[in-house]
Ligand binder design. Structure first.
Ligand SMILES: NC(=O)c1ccc[n+]([C@@H]2O[C@H](COP(=O)([O-])OP(=O)(O)OC[C@H]3O[C@@H](n4cnc5c(N)ncnc54)[C@H](O)[C@@H]3O)[C@@H](O)[C@H]2O)c1
Length: 433
């Protein structure tokens, strides 16, 4: 039998209201932070698939690679299928498993709830956790809709007064090359920034990919846009230290309008292993969104996200051009940062390929392996878990951690791009937040 953390039989106000607004009522208990005492941060995870694996690995590895003020312990995981959830807990060394995520709210050993579910569930789960006095780390995008994101940021702001902290998993900030790009900009090595050119290109959204939750607006909010543009908007804001003020124009395109209905399985991002019906359903999200924007500091920017860039599997790239130099990052070569130093004599100018793996020189590099012993996708999550534990232990994270308020800015840019595409007009971000 699945070992489930005990929960009281008396229903809480959240349990009596199982709709999307559950946990937001004025009667909800506003509890003090629990589960981070005695040198330990107890983690409760919700979600067991793609991000479930990435995060369970991160929480279990962080204390092995970083010196942390508190020990991290995964106390319970919540999923939907009891057998799969128990197997997940066994595989990752998690003490308990449950199919009722609200159990985590009642567990005094849990100090942080990690929300790894489809986007439409982020608000309900995060707000209930915040109100139960738990810190929350939520996957990106902050929510499926701007309205949900605003409610989450509002709840987080109110709970911050009681010591509750929130975090959003914009993991690409923690690729050493991206964190190093931020340092280069901060040190003024690019000078005035003219252009930000960001694109996140994938190609798994082919016609053969079934109608997963990622293609349903009521669950995902949007398609490639919220999934991929969210990452590059955050990266652009993070590296430049500047804010997008206006989306000038935008295109939203759905190429594949009908997809096979899913009957079961489909844990992989492209629905690999899913069983499907002959019958199809309508995709209600974009396959691609491209937009132009302006930053407060005067830079102009282009953003492009698509799941149909055939041949580009996970090409998350950003290029920034400044008066004194430029940088380029491509996640498919994630250990490297390209740098053009325009202050050099013209005969010496050229793109330098910097391997961002030197301990002591490059962010996070000293936590892992000797120079040029490369790291991979999972390390940015491990580094983020470590930064969260540092922040909860009163220490400075290696790189700034986005909270719900910070992620709300990214969400507002996403919304501005969608409105701009649908209303065919420029949209100022301040109209929205
Ligand atoms: N940071 C990144 O790079 C990155 C990458 C992929 C996904 N994500 C984000 O992570 C989130 C999850 O994506 P995923 O790829 O892991 O999705 P997935 O479909 O692989 O997994 C979703 C999980 O949520 C669980 N779930 C759904 N409803 C639930 C409920 N009511 N109670 C408990 N569990 C429930 C499912 O059982 C499953 O385990 C999304 O918000 C997505 O945007 C982020």
């Amino acid at each position: 039998m699945i070992p489930v953390a005990k929960r009281p039989t008396k229903p809480t106000p959240e349990r009596r209201a199982p709709d999307a607004n559950a946990g937001r009522s004025a009667e909800s208990p506003k509890r003090q932070v629990s589960g981070t005492a005695a040198g330990e941060v107890g983690i409760g995870l919700i979600g067991t698939k793609f991000m479930g694996r990435a995060h369970a690995n991160a929480w279990s590895q962080a204390g092995r690679f970083f010196d942390l003020p508190k020990r991290i312990r995964m106390r319970c995981v919540a999923g939907r299928n009891p057998i799969e959830t128990k197997a997940f807990a066994d595989r990752w060394g998690i003490a308990a498993a449950t199919v009722d995520w609200r159990t985590l709210l009642e567990d005094p050993a849990i100090g942080l709830i990690d929300v790894l579910t489809p986007n439409h569930l982020h608000a309900e789960m995060s707000i209930a956790a915040i109100e139960a006095g738990k810190h929350v780390a939520c996957e990106k995008p902050l929510a499926g809709t701007l309205e949900d994101a605003k409610a989450m940021a509002k709840a987080a702001r109110a709970a911050a007064k009681r010591g509750v902290k929130t975090f959003v998993w914009f993991n690409y900030r923690r690729c050493p090359a991206v964190a190093f790009a931020r340092q280069i900009v901060e040190e003024g090595r690019l000078g005035r920034i003219y252009h930000v050119r960001a694109s996140y290109l994938q190609d798994w959204g082919k016609a053969s990919t079934p109608l997963l939750w990622r293609f349903q607006a009521d669950q995902a909010g949007s398609g490639a846009h919220g999934d991929l543009n969210a990452h590059i908007i955050d990266m652009a804001r993070f590296i430049t230290g500047d804010e997008v003020t206006e989306v000038v124009g935008s295109i939203e395109q759905t190429f594949i309008k009908e997809r096979a209905l899913v009957t079961g399985g489909g844990g992989e991002i492209a629905g690999k292993g899913a069983t499907t019906k002959r019958k199809t359903g309508t995709s209600t999200v974009d396959d691609a969104v491209l937009f132009l924007a302006r930053f407060a500091g005067g830079a102009v920017a282009s953003f492009e996200a698509t799941r149909l860039a055939t041949g580009n599997q996970n090409r998350n790239q950003i290029e920034i051009n400044g008066e004194k130099g430029s940088i380029k990052f491509d996640f498919e070569r994630m250990n490297e940062l390209l740098w053009w130093d325009d202050t050099l004599p013209s005969a010496l100018r050229g793109w330098s390929r910097i391997m961002c793996t030197n301990g002591g020189d490059h962010p996070y590099a000293s936590a892992y392996w000797p120079a040029a012993h490369l790291i991979g996708y999972e390390h940015a999550f491990v580094s983020m878990a470590a930064d969260i534990a540092l922040a909860l232990g009163g220490k400075k994270p290696v790189v700034a951690l986005p909270d719900f308020d910070d992620a709300l800015q990214t969400q507002a840019v996403l919304e501005a791009a969608i409105r701009s595409a649908r209303e065919r007009r420029p949209v100022a971000v301040r109209e929205l937040v």
